[in-house]
Design a protein around this ligand. Structure first.
Ligand SMILES: C[S@@+](CC[C@H](N)C(=O)[O-])C[C@H]1O[C@@H](n2cnc3c(N)ncnc32)[C@H](O)[C@@H]1O
Length: 510
């Protein structure tokens, strides 16, 4: 399931850009465009240069911004940036700051492109401050501002990396909002983790200085919340973005602990990836009530509860075992289903709030055990024919003819078995990332719910076993299974002991 439909309603990238038009209009785009046999124009999202050109061309085409993305710097994806900006616009309107032109905003960690201030000032013509710690990023940010003649609206401030808000607010000024796309990763082990926060199907971009910070995004935003308590109403609404849902939950609790009740959050959906936005204010709810402010999307736990009730067949393993992101895994699964001739259909759910990839799978026949069955059947027929040979000594057929006829019989027999009117298996399929509170080593969980099919639940189990082998996760899977069996045994033992002690209590009290 693509999350595109959950983008902000005013996000122009809700509709996929017309690559053919871009190729016709921009020579630099033509260089990275690939035309397939059907005449469809595509680009290679796994190539960093293609991503860079796409962002530059879209900024020109859709916002009339002349931007150069410097080499080795984070390439900003526009659908996510727009989701965040449009949510801030909604918050401003909700707070009755109706004239966006008069709104004064601060972008913390503006980066090498100064992407948020460029887009925001171009869209609304207001004033923006961008803060940044990295000298090289400041240089290119200023170049981009000057190339677009936006110096009168955007100011970039070099800040100390020890602070986030301190030292940037001027005494006599009113600031309507702060925004931030914080560095995501902890300083250690960044190189192997960087790929996890990537936009859908995209090449890794960005460098260590841009993407890492001591303690990761959780520590960064914790500090931001603490500093905001010093400045309180001097900023009307503080906001930030996150890459991990567990961090959102942690920071919502932190706000509560600090008695900051005037807060809200939203999801930012694009492609198959999701980010989260958080906003808080020290103004009284009579002035701005964030608790009933508009959100783009807040998914509940309908599917999670449904899955729990239906006791699905599951496969869980560490993401880093083989995949760099959920998109990477989804791509692998899509290819696997194609190989198996298993049809993928959109899942019809009454409430679509699943935090991952979901679909319905329809298998007309058992293609996953086919190869094994074929081998076994051939062996059986060879054995049979050998037996017949010893009985009938007048047989003058040579080996080739005999083997050919066996193959034909195997094919016919397999075909006969597979000609069924009803599909063998129809199941709902859910793939999600399971975050761990203590570490960034996420797990992936696949849940398969049997719907119907002539193969019954047995077909689902053989299909699951096939996927475990194909994903090459049997080892992890067995370890998990052993752990959960141990837990179950322990629980049973405890409840047995409890029963015994209850029983003896009963006997004693009788
Ligand atoms: C993930 S990048 C975001 C860049 C840009 N805003 C975007 O969305 O593409 C985070 C940025 O924050 C900067 N940064 C890190 N610590 C900072 C601090 N204490 N104050 C301001 N910027 C900081 C980094 O140098 C980096 O450019």
């Amino acid at each position: 399931m693509s999350l595109r439909k959950f983008m902000h309603p005013r996000n122009k990238y809700k509709k996929v850009p017309d690559f053919k038009e871009l190729a016709l209009l921009y020579p630099e785009f033509r260089k990275i465009a690939i035309t397939n046999l059907a005449g469809k124009v595509k680009i290679d999202f796994k190539n960093e240069e293609s991503l860079k050109v796409l962002t530059e061309v879209l900024l020109k085409h859709d916002f009339n911004l002349n931007v150069k993305v410097p080499p080795n710097k984070l390439v900003p994806t526009l659908p996510l940036r727009l989701n965040y900006i449009l949510w801030i616009e909604d918050l401003m309107t909700h707070a009755s700051f109706n004239e966006m032109k008069k709104v004064h905003g601060i972008d913390i960690g503006t980066g090498a492109i100064c992407i948020y201030p460029l887009l925001i000032t171009k869209m609304y013509g207001n004033q923006m401050i961008g803060t940044e710690v990295d000298e090289t990023s400041i240089q290119t940010a200023v170049e981009n501002i000057e190339n677009n003649n936006l110096q009168h609206l955007i100011k970039v401030l070099k800040v100390n990396e020890e602070t986030i808000l301190k030292g940037i607010l001027e005494e006599d000024k009113v600031y309507h909002f702060t925004m931030c796309n914080p560095p995501f990763f902890e300083i250690e082990g960044m190189s192997e983790k960087v790929v996890k926060r990537l936009p859908p199907r995209n090449a890794p971009t960005g460098n260590e200085t841009e993407l890492t910070v001591q303690g990761g995004e959780r520590a960064f935003v914790t500090q931001m919340i603490e500093e905001s308590m010093e400045f309180k109403e001097r900023v009307k609404i503080y906001t930030t973005m996150f890459g991990r849902r567990s961090n959102l939950l942690f920071l919502l609790k932190l706000l509560k602990k600090k008695n900051i009740e005037n807060a809200t959050w939203t999801e930012f959906c694009q492609g198959h990836t999701k980010r989260w936005g958080l906003a808080w204010s020290f103004l009284s709810k009579d002035i701005i009530d964030l608790t009933n402010a508009p959100v783009i999307r807040k998914s509940g736990d309908y599917i999670a509860r449904l899955l729990k009730e239906q006791r699905p067949a599951e496969i869980q393993f560490p993401m880093r075992h083989k995949f760099s992101s959920l998109d990477h895994l989804v791509r692998f699964l899509e290819e696997t289903m194609e190989e198996l001739h298993v049809q993928i259909k959109e899942l019809n759910l009454p409430i679509d709030d699943f935090n991952g990839w979901s679909c319905q799978l329809i298998a007309q026949e058992n293609t996953w055990s086919y190869a094994r069955r074929k081998r076994r059947l051939a062996q059986r027929l060879i054995n049979q024919s050998k037996e017949n040979e010893t009985e009938c000594t007048t047989d003058d057929k040579n080996d080739d003819t005999r083997n050919n006829s066996i193959e034909e019989r195997v094919e016919t027999s397999m075909e006969e078995q597979s000609v069924t009117k009803q599909p063998l298996l129809i199941c709902s399929f859910f793939v999600e990332v399971v975050e761990h509170e203590e570490s960034e080593d996420d797990d992936v969980k696949i849940s398969i719910v049997y719907e119907k099919g002539t193969g019954g639940k047995n077909a689902l189990e053989t299909f699951r076993q096939y996927l475990i082998n194909k994903l090459d996760v049997r080892e992890h899977f067995q370890k998990r299974q052993a752990k959960s069996n141990k837990k179950k045994r322990k629980r049973l033992k405890t409840s047995d002991n409890e029963k015994k002690s209850f029983a003896s209590d009963d006997v004693e009290s009788a």
